[in-house]
Design a protein around this ligand. Structure first.
Ligand SMILES: C[S@@+](CC[C@H](N)C(=O)[O-])C[C@H]1O[C@@H](n2cnc3c(N)ncnc32)[C@H](O)[C@@H]1O
Length: 550
């Protein structure tokens, strides 16, 4: 590391790293600084920034160390931050406040990684990939404290340097100190303007918006296209900003998994969802303390997922006005880890239908079994296998010959996940446009396999957690071309049928769609958005295989 030098001359830092807005009076509560308890004799603590580097603390602040470990796991092991973070918080025994700080630090640094890397690159004299990876991760954490959180700049620099000294070494500590001081000389907005000028970015261009809202420009382009098709061209910045805000926690009650638990959660501070019955919003912190959560009867689930699962279970075909689904056969073709399958199985149990939850990955199939465990076992089966060959399964072939096939099929397809960027902070930088080619072929094959085992009069729901048109409307149009025996229903109706009045109003309230008329694919499919519906950006299409007499 000794060879790494911050860039000199003309770079920011001449004022010693002070920000215009100084929050030094705040402590960790608001700023992330560890609570300063004063000297052992009760005297006022010595200002750390005034200490000589050799006298500075070498012990890392536990919350920052947790965030650092998460960033290391993501960049070194390709780990998922949302799966790594809880274990690291437990291991460090962080209290609630420190856990919140570690979460905001890790998630914020990962979400804005591309933007912070561009700023860090302007502060060092070599390409970022020439830096040691742990040092770059520490710089990203320092950058987020300085530019994305209300952390006192002195604390941000000195605590990050202490972390580097403790975890990497004294030499890198000096380097990180110098880089962060340069970086802290400007606020985020000034950095944005400066970088946009240096890179000659056209204001409002995909690259400019990508830099300002921390999205790769190909993702900005994809969202722009999806928003335009949805009649929301003017909402791009709102949509990008929503990806950078933490989602609120939604709870789902699993009917038929025992006594309804929502009442207990409501008594403990959750609020009923204004979109959907059987759902609640919880803003009270540790969700594990709510009754029923540890037992698996009350679960955390995005409200969009719940809404769509209920719509799939609750819609009935135009051939019948009888919503009674007793005896129906349902299939969740891509079920892992089992979020929607659990709600579907619970609804199936209530209505005497039976669900097959299919998942090819053994580990994820096990998660599906666990997710379904609280529900009456005669209402569901887990099948472990490739959804593309489901028709070759003897039990399924038998169902097709005796009953015509499944009455309801959900294809919640593997996709780019661009609709869940607020939940998976590293995902936007990990995904590549090239991933689309493989995923869209898989989606197509899964849809064909599902259509082959759909009973006459049956419903096929196609869902993605992505607004990318290649995975959404284009897939549906291609399917309708390949399978003229299918008819596209209006998915708004299916969702409205299970919505609260406010939910129905929200679904209706969208702007007029730009492309096509009332019968066009995009007007009959639902695209949810975080900035509009407070859900992940999920897509939902509902198709019917009419009966022969139809
Ligand atoms: C978007 S996730 C489904 C999420 C799930 N419905 C839920 O609500 O929890 C897609 C799932 O498809 C699975 N998958 C991948 N390839 C598949 C295939 N060939 N057949 C069926 N499922 C597949 C993945 O393992 C993953 O679990």
């Amino acid at each position: 590391m000794s060879g790494q030098r911050p860039r000199r001359g003309g770079t920011p830092g001449a004022d010693g790293g002070r920000r215009r807005e100084d929050h030094r009076e705040d402590r960790r509560d608001a700023t992330g600084r560890q609570r300063n308890r004063g000297g052992p004799d009760g005297s006022r603590p010595r200002s750390r920034s005034a200490q000589a580097p050799s006298g500075r603390r070498r012990k890392a602040d536990p919350a920052r160390l947790v965030a650092f470990r998460v960033l290391r796991a993501v960049s070194r092991d390709d780990a998922y931050a949302n799966l790594t973070l809880p274990g690291e918080i437990r291991r460090a025994r962080l209290d609630r406040r420190d856990a919140g700080f570690a979460t905001e630090l890790a998630y914020g640094a990962l979400r804005a990684q591309g933007t912070y890397d561009a700023i860090i690159a302007a502060c060092v004299d070599r390409p970022l990939d020439a830096l040691d990876a742990p040092v770059l991760d520490a710089l990203r954490l320092g950058a987020h404290q300085l530019l994305g959180m209300r952390v006192d700049p002195h604390a941000a620099v000195s605590e990050t340097v202490a972390l580097v000294r403790a975890e990497i070494g004294a030499g890198p500590g000096g380097f990180v100190n110098a880089v962060l001081r340069r970086l802290s000389a400007e606020d985020r907005e000034t950095w944005m303007t400066r970088l946009a000028e240096e890179k000659s970015l056209e204001p409002g261009s995909d690259e400019d918006l990508g830099l300002r809202h921390a999205h790769p420009s190909w993702v900005v382009r994809a969202m722009k296209q999806a928003l335009r098709l949805d009649g929301r061209s003017g909402e791009l910045e709102a949509a990008l900003a929503a990806d950078n805000a933490a989602p609120v926690v939604h709870l789902v009650d699993l009917p038929a998994a025992g006594e309804p638990r929502l009442a207990g959660a409501l008594a403990a501070g959750a609020e009923p969802s204004d979109l959907l019955e059987g759902a609640a919003v919880f803003r009270g912190g540790d969700v594990g303390r709510l009754p029923g959560v540890r037992e698996g009867e009350l679960r955390v689930q995005d409200i969009g997922s719940q809404w769509i699962a209920r719509a799939v279970a609750g819609s009935f075909t135009p051939e019948t006005v009888d919503p009674d689904v007793a005896g129906e056969h349902w299939l969740d073709l891509c079920a892992g880890p089992g979020g929607k399958a659990a709600l579907l199985a619970a609804l199936a149990a209530e209505q005497d239908a039976a669900l097959v939850a299919n998942e090819p990955s053994a580990h994820r199939a096990e998660l599906v079994r666990q997710a379904l465990a609280p529900i009456r076992t005669d209402a569901w089966t887990v099948r472990e296998g490739d959804g593309r060959t489901i028709g070759e399964d003897p039990a399924v072939a038998d169902l097709v010959s005796t009953h015509g096939g499944f009455d309801r099929i959900l294809v919640d397809a593997p996709c780019t996940g661009l609709g869940a960027l607020r939940r998976r902070p590293e995902a936007r930088w990990r995904r590549r446009p090239a991933d689309l080619a493989e995923l869209t072929v898989l989606q197509e094959e899964l849809l064909d396999a599902a259509a082959d085992v759909l009973a006459p009069g049956g419903l096929l729901a196609y869902v993605t957690c992505s607004p990318h048109v290649a995975e959404t409307v284009v897939q549906v149009e291609d399917l309708l071309r390949r399978r003229p025996d299918l008819r596209l229903l209006d998915a708004h109706d299916a969702m409205t049928a299970v919505s609260s009045p406010q939910g129905a109003e929200l679904l209706r309230s969208g702007p007029p769609r730009e492309a096509g008329g009332e019968t066009s694919t995009n007007s009959r499919t639902v695209q949810l958005w975080p900035h509009v519906h407070g859900t992940d950006a999920m897509f939902f299409a509902l198709l019917l295989r009419p009966t022969q007499s139809d």
